[in-house]
Design a protein around this ligand. Sequence first.
Ligand SMILES: C[C@@H]1N[C@@H](c2nc3ccccc3[nH]2)[C@H](O)[C@@H]1O
Length: 444
Amino acid sequence: SIPLQHGAHRSGNRTDADMARWRSLRFGQFVHWGLYAIAGGEWNGKIYNGAAEWIRSWKEMPTAVYDQLYKQFNPVNYHPEQWAQQAKDMGAGYMIITTKHHDGFCLWPSKYTRYTVAASPYKKDIIGPMVEAYNKKGIDVYLYFSIIDWNHPDWRTSLKTPADSAAYKRFKVFVKNQLTELLVKYPTVKGFWFDGTWDDSWKNDGAFSDELEQYLQKLHPGLIIGSRLRADERGARHFDSNNHLMGDYEQGWERKLPEQPADVHGNDWEGVMTIPENQWGYHAHWLGHIKSSNELIEMLVKSTSLGGNFVLNFGPKADGTFRSEEVQRMQEIGNWMKVNGSAVYGASEAGLGKPDWGYYTRRGDSVFMVVFNVPVSGNLRVKLPAKTTLAEASASGQPVTPELIGKNEYFIPVGNAPRHAPFVILLQTSRAAGAEGGHFEKAK
Ligand SMILES: C[C@@H]1N[C@@H](c2nc3ccccc3[nH]2)[C@H](O)[C@@H]1O
């Protein structure tokens, strides 16, 4: 392997309590909120086809115009305790909030730039009350922070001249100061969700990203930071030049999910997902496919079945309210989670492969069958590992009688009544005496 100073410093997943909690929560809420919500994906009667939070880069939007939008930021209908309650009702265990997106506008009154809420008509800190409201509902908070900062005079995409290098040196101090400020002002946050780290300026300074991560961990022990922050000294990102994951979990699953255990190599990972095709900030005109609650529940269950977390994104309007499509999905998903959340919370891969009828998840000896596709036979096929016995099966607390159809192979009869949502069957298994280690195969 290649000797690296700034590659992965740990092999295998973190085993501490903070990471175990992150892993057990399984389901998060992403919130993208900022000046881009004022534009809402359109300008001068034209609709922007890109992601709403990128509208500043649209040729039809003069940057000078965008950079004045902060004078209109005044979310009179922003009620963080209502935000937190609806997230709680959805079943989210953690929330990730954009403190500063690529445009550089800070939702907290940073003392390191004037481009913050303090300069807006709203004046007040957005982040503090949000962290407090979510924590009060028992929801952990993570802070999204974009390294890209289109507003800061010292940010650079790449370093072409000595002047660029001098500027970017100042910029890195600014970044470290803002991150320190966020941890000092909001000490209950559990981690950072970094973004905007693909430019050469950042990618070619693996040493800084490594030192920054270690500095933040020392300042806030237990902090959870994904793989998107770092580069190694050869510019490799997420996985270092020896193909070892950097950071505490794989953070590359953006609007896409792994298909099989081999895709995640036994690492902790998190997938982040939009309800429309590709909108993170508020866009008045959602184009393309809008995912239904059942589609989103399937993504959440699929993520759990592959040992990862699933984070669903919401883009509040400029006034602080949520569009009806988002409120509807939070309620529908929440109703499902209230009944079936035990198949997700604290659960992980079952090591039973991928059945045609849906997904297996597992927590200890409890195996959950989350059924999306009932076969025409009305029987769900279950094959258990050799040393595992099936003690009992139940659906919504009612016992179900499996039919033994082969060695450790069963049919679970569920009938063909029409269904409009996935349902869960609980298999209580028991470890046969002498079964070595995990009687279920561990993900490779
Ligand atoms: C979590 C998501 N990451 C940002 C982003 N910017 C991108 C530019 C190019 C390719 C992918 C991108 N994702 C999106 O704006 C959103 O914040």
